[in-house]
Design a protein around this ligand. Structure first.
Ligand SMILES: Nc1ncnc2c1ncn2[C@@H]1O[C@H](COP(=O)(O)OP(=O)(O)O)[C@@H](O)[C@H]1O
Ligand SMILES: [Mg+2]
Length: 335
């Protein structure tokens, strides 16, 4: 069953210039993105910095107003387009969608103790009895495998991994069904990354959570995601099951991202594909296929015509004129 369906999502930021702040153009941060996430599933959203992942996340959470498109969310058998709701209409939905951030404390008050930080969403949602709140905070600390004594400490006393556990506890406080995790492990050491990813996987099993997991590289999503969506300059260029995407990529951009993923067998050397030139500018995207200036396979057609997102069957979609004829390298032997 589909929990979240994003349809034709666009977010254009106006570019203003001069004394009169006249609009002289738009950053097309998200330009017609569609995908859905089933209940209990993890969809990874991957792409280089600046491709629009955070903007997609913030539009889903309605921390930003989409310029166009639908954000259909299912709750108790009813589907509602969150994009059409105002602040008051959104209120009953907010608790069901929660975000986990790269740095959970950047937006939080450093003078609040951990117990109060985790308890804050409970208080806002009407749990006014302090004893009841403390009980729930204790449960939440236990769920994220932190000692209960941490309740009375301040966030600066903690390591990156511990902070992320506290951020996760806060996100879980109101029993959400969807967690949007925006680069939740990008700031952590590799060894700690694995611990947080394992925690997220355990929590998904225990609590039946659904994740949209945002990352800038593919190596971290391999073990978390059921499906992967790859973004490039505001658009999806490929979406497939994790296995299909890793073994049988169909977009040259995905192939390049995969070539940077460490191999399970260090002897199995594949050439790393170094992408030429900078990632394209969303305020002034290239003609045709936005990836063509960096693509080794680009033809005149790619310069002139933007490819549509085509379905190859099996839920594998790709936006490339030449997907059918290219023989691209994945990671590991195809199975
Ligand atoms: N509030 C904003 N105003 C103008 N441009 C923005 C704003 N937020 C993001 N952008 C631009 O939108 C594009 C996508 O940004 P973002 O969604 O943060 O990418 P990512 O999370 O993939 O790194 C970038 O070009 C960024 O500069
Ligand atoms: Mg981001």
């Amino acid at each position: 069953m589909t929990l979240l369906e994003v349809k034709g999502l666009k977010k254009y930021f106006p570019i203003r210039k001069g004394l009169l702040r006249k609009v002289v153009g738009h950053v097309k941060a998200v330009d017609d993105v569609s995908f859905s996430v089933k209940r209990g599933e993890t969809l990874a959203l991957v792409g280089e910095s600046g491709c629009g992942k955070t903007t997609v996340s913030r539009c889903i959470m309605r921390a930003l107003d989409p310029s166009a498109g639908e954000v259909n969310f299912s709750l108790d058998g009813q589907t509602t387009d969150l994009a059409t709701l105002d602040g008051k209409g959104l209120k009953p939905f907010r608790r069901h969608l929660q975000m986990v951030f790269q740095d959970p404390f950047s937006s939080l008050n450093p003078r609040m103790m951990v117990g109060d930080l985790i308890g804050e969403p409970l208080l806002i949602n009407g749990m006014s009895d302090p004893a009841e709140r403390r009980k729930r905070v204790r449960e939440l600390l236990d769920v994220v495998q932190l000692p209960v004594e941490y309740m009375n400490r301040f966030p600066h006393a903690f390591s990156g991994g511990q902070r992320q556990r506290i951020g996760i506890a806060r996100a879980l406080a109101l029993n959400p069904s969807l967690i949007v995790a925006d680069e939740p492990v990008s700031a952590l050491d590799v060894s700690v990354q694995a611990q947080i990813i394992n925690l997220l996987l355990d929590l998904q099993d225990q609590l039946g959570l659904t994740y949209l997991f945002v990352a800038h590289d593919l190596s971290v999503v391999k073990h978390v995601s059921d499906r992967v969506a790859v973004m490039y300059v505001g658009q999806l260029v490929e979406i497939a099951s994790t296995e299909d995407l890793f073994h049988r990529p169909k977009h040259p951009y995905t192939e390049a991202l995969l070539s940077a993923v460490p191999k399970p067998d260090p002897r199995a050397k594949t050439e790393r594909i170094i992408l030429q030139r900078e990632v394209a500018d969303a305020a002034n995207p290239p003609s045709g296929c936005a990836f063509h200036p960096r693509c080794a396979h680009a033809t005149d057609l790619c310069k002139q015509q933007r490819p549509a997102l085509a379905d190859l069957g099996n839920g594998h979609q790709v936006r490339c004129h030449h997907a059918h004829v290219l023989d691209l390298k994945g990671v590991g032997a195809p199975v």
